[in-house]
Ligand binder design. Structure first.
Ligand code: PLP
Length: 372
């Protein structure tokens, strides 16, 4: 089956009891037991729930994996990976790793795990940071907010030489634009809060594995015993939203490409970061490993933080807010959000390009930039 078909059918489970075409929400926390058996296959909703199973089924198929585990947020999914590792293990992560996960490592896992934040795109730097206790390389591509591209196959090849695991945060790309498991990654991570939910109204996270190995069993234990699970209602909402994900992504990608091309030509714009532009330094790698280039872009206006803030404040259609992946366009002045230790340029604006008509988006942004 092709991905549009998978998105609609792989997460649905018609109800045999009532004939309902769409799977009902099972809010029951507990399930009937008969003589030591559970005829429905469910015991207790922290361990598993029919709506979560359906969500995990569609996520598995979308990423071409062997199994998936759904979590209550993207960070909870990342946390489960970190908790699955032996204390004292060393992780290599990108120097521009999503700041929420970087802070999680630095604040919660300090003293439990070791970690280095480095330029994972440079094979020499990557090799140089592998230590005897290194177990895992974390990738995030395209990265947030600089839209840097990591050559997944190259990182996987280095990891394989040293028997390291590779996890790829695929939140920005979604399986419509990039499938890291097919490129050799062991695990894919998602913030389902973003494109999977798609309407800025659900928190969720997911891990999808290439193999049901011992490590995966450990991650399942963290999910079931730790209990950072999404509610049946949220699972239902995600399954519903995912049905339109392929078509939403087509719109996001198309609008992002057109907006990037417009901004690139604008005299008051210093540079545009979008992997779909031929001028992106890693456009060739992106074109090789991605099916399309996603709906996120960043751009630097000419001038400093004050000019960037002025543009954001002059916008009418773009909403100034963090997060991404919703049908509505969002913009944010990233350096302000990330705090003083950020490497993000002070004049950078990050845009989650929505599904509004592109002419309206360009008109709004054009008027705002012309105020500086
Ligand atoms: C939002 C985000 C996360 C964290 O997900 P939450 O659902 O907010 O916990 C992780 N990685 C990336 C790239 C994100 O954008």
């Amino acid at each position: 089956m092709k991905i549009e078909t998978i998105a609609i059918h792989a997460g649905n489970h018609a109800d045999n009891n009532t004939g309902a075409v769409i799977q009902p929400i099972t809010t029951s926390t507990t399930f009937i037991r008969e003589q030591g058996e559970y005829p429905g296959g469910y015991i207790y909703s922290r361990a598993s729930n029919p709506n979560r199973t359906s969500l995990e089924n569609v996520l598995t198929k979308l990423e071409g994996g062997a199994d998936a585990a759904a979590f209550s947020s993207g960070n909870a999914a990342g946390m489960a990976v970190f908790q699955s590792l032996k204390p004292g293990s060393h992780i290599i992560a990108p120097d521009d790793m999503y700041h929420g996960l970087r802070n999680l490592l630095k604040n919660v896992f300090a003293g439990i795990l070791e970690f280095d934040f480095i330029d994972v795109n440079d094979p020499t730097i990557l090799q140089d940071h592998i230590k005897p206790n290194t177990v895992l390389i974390w990738l995030e591509t395209p990265s947030n907010p600089l839209l840097k591209i990591t050559d997944i196959k190259q990182a996987v090849a280095i990891a394989k030489q040293h028997q390291l695991l590779v996890v790829c945060d695929n939140t920005f790309a979604t399986p419509l634009c990039q499938q890291p498991l097919a490129l050799g990654a062991n695990l894919v991570m998602h913030s389902a809060t973003k494109y999977f939910g798609g309407h800025s109204d659900i928190m969720g996270g997911a891990l999808i594995t290439a193999d049901k190995n011992d490590w995966w069993q450990k991650i399942r234990q963290v999910q079931e015993m730790g209990g950072a699970i999404p509610s049946p209602q949220d699972c239902y909402m995600l399954v519903r939203s995912i049905k339109t994900l392929p078509y939403r992504m087509k719109g996001h990608v198309q609008n992002a490409q057109l907006l990037a091309e417009f901004l690139e030509k604008h005299p008051k714009v210093e540079r545009v970061m979008y992997p779909g532009l031929a001028t992106h330094p890693q456009h060739a790698i992106a074109a090789q490993q991605m099916q399309s280039f996603g709906g996120m872009l960043s751009f630097c206006v000419k001038g400093g933080a004050d000019k960037a803030a002025k543009v954001v404040n002059a916008l009418k259609l773009f909403t100034q807010a963090t997060s991404l992946g919703g049908v509505e366009s969002l913009i944010e002045h990233r350096a302000m959000i990330e705090g003083p230790d950020t490497q993000t340029p002070k004049n950078l604006l990050r845009v989650s390009v929505g599904l509004e008509n592109i002419d309206d988006l360009i008109e709004d942004i054009s008027l705002a930039i012309n105020t500086i």
